[in-house]
Design a protein around this ligand. Structure first.
Ligand SMILES: Nc1ncnc2c1ncn2[C@@H]1O[C@H](COP(=O)(O)OP(=O)(O)O)[C@@H](O)[C@H]1O
Ligand SMILES: [Mg+2]
Length: 375
């Protein structure tokens, strides 16, 4: 029998739980053409939430054309335009012949190369020349708006891992270009989301940045305990196994409500259980996960400086004022002046975050492992 728990990929259908409020807010924004920026640490459920919101919105409103673009693997402005154009065209019509026709009709200065495979629906890509784009980037940036007007539809363009944009060459310039075109569109709205909170908040919340106040800012929270309990207890019951509320809570608390890890640990417990979950199964399962992930964690720690490791020790101890003289001495952090640099480095490496002002580990299992091995 298949495990009722999913992790490491976008969840949908029955495996998607709660997020009621966030869903209705997102859907409302999509319907009313309001731009949204959505932020959380990675693996908290952004992609799943946006996917779900777009699916539901599409089925409720047939005038809505939704493009879903993941720019994680994109490294340049040119590639960005290529993938954006592809998604816009694919959402402009049902047949691939029409995608090409629309491209040719609407673009004047830009002449794309269309690459069509045996199965064009899934095997369709576009190559552009930088010399074309340079002269007329607006042609692509304004394309959804033009198509929307002509066809009397509405576009929503969702861009996943948006923080990646900060890594492009001349990023600021590019962001300005995007914003200056996007802000005048009426039939096209954007949902920009991603992790690396410090980068992405800088993109959106820094007054001097082009995307400052671009739209509705949402900070995604973890999924609360009650929803997880219900989900875990039901999932076990439906697959002929039993878990008490107390054990479900035990799983959830072990990984601090972290959506990805709740699913992963629940899955491990499910595998190790033939009939009924007990405490020792949960312990064994946690140890197994620590063992699986341990090699990766050890690699990560190897890349840290001694000062950074010491700083993590202080977090584990819940030290309140880490930059105070006493703490700096106690944890061998060099001088108080070092602390901001250490914090920045750990933030950049996505090991800690300051989501709730206090520094906290992004990965609860890593925290567990670190506390066990480095205390
Ligand atoms: N609404 C949800 N219901 C159940 N599990 C979820 C939900 N959101 C996230 N998860 C869990 O977290 C994992 C990561 O979700 P994902 O949407 O990829 O996060 P992100 O895009 O923020 O990195 C999923 O594979 C799943 O295990
Ligand atoms: Mg994601």
């Amino acid at each position: 029998m298949n495990s009722p728990f999913t992790f490491g990929k976008v969840v949908s259908g029955k495996t998607f739980i709660n997020r009621e409020k966030e869903l209705s807010k997102l859907k409302l924004n999509f319907q009313s053409g309001i731009n949204t920026m959505l932020i959380s640490p990675r693996r908290w459920g952004k992609s799943s939430l946006v996917k779900k919101a777009t699916e539901e919105s599409k089925s409720e409103n047939s005038n809505l054309r939704v493009c879903f673009i993941d720019i994680f693997k994109i490294n340049s402005e040119l590639e960005f335009y290529e993938i954006l154009l592809k998604e816009i065209l694919k959402n402009s019509a049902l047949k691939w012949e029409d995608w090409i026709k629309t491209g040719k009709n609407f673009l004047k200065n830009i002449v794309p190369d269309f690459i069509i495979g045996i199965d064009p629906q899934n095997d369709f890509s576009i190559k552009l020349r930088w010399s074309d784009i340079e002269k007329a980037p607006d042609e692509i940036l304004n394309l959804p708006e033009k198509i929307a007007l002509k066809k009397n539809v509405q576009f929503v363009i969702c861009i996943d891992e948006f923080q990646k944009i900060a890594k492009f060459k001349e990023s600021l310039n590019f962001q300005q270009k995007l914003r200056s075109v996007w802000q005048y569109q009426n039939r096209t709205s954007y949902c920009l989301f991603g992790s690396k909170r410090h980068i992405i908040t800088d993109l959106f919340q820094n007054q001097s940045m082009p995307f400052y106040r671009f739209g509705d800012m949402m900070f995604l929270q973890k999924i609360s305990k009650e929803h997880w309990i219900k989900h875990i207890v039901n999932a076990f019951a439906e697959t002929g196994k039993k878990i008490s509320n107390e054990s479900a809570i035990n799983i959830i608390e072990k990984v601090q409500n972290h959506p990805y890890y709740v699913q992963q640990l629940a899955h491990q417990v499910w595998i190790n259980t033939s009939k009924t979950v007990n405490k020792s199964i949960i312990e064994t399962s946690t140890d197994e996960l620590l063992l699986y992930n341990g090699i990766m964690y050890a690699n990560e720690v190897e890349k840290l400086s001694l000062l950074q490791i010491n700083y993590l020790r202080a977090i584990i101890d819940k030290e309140e004022k880490i930059s105070s003289k006493q703490s700096v001495k106690k944890y061998n952090l060099g001088t108080p002046g070092n602390v901001p640099t250490i914090k920045k480095a750990l933030e950049n490496k996505e090991i800690i975050d300051f989501f709730e002002k206090e520094p906290s580990f992004i990965d609860p299992l890593f925290q567990y492992w670190f506390a066990k091995n480095y205390k």
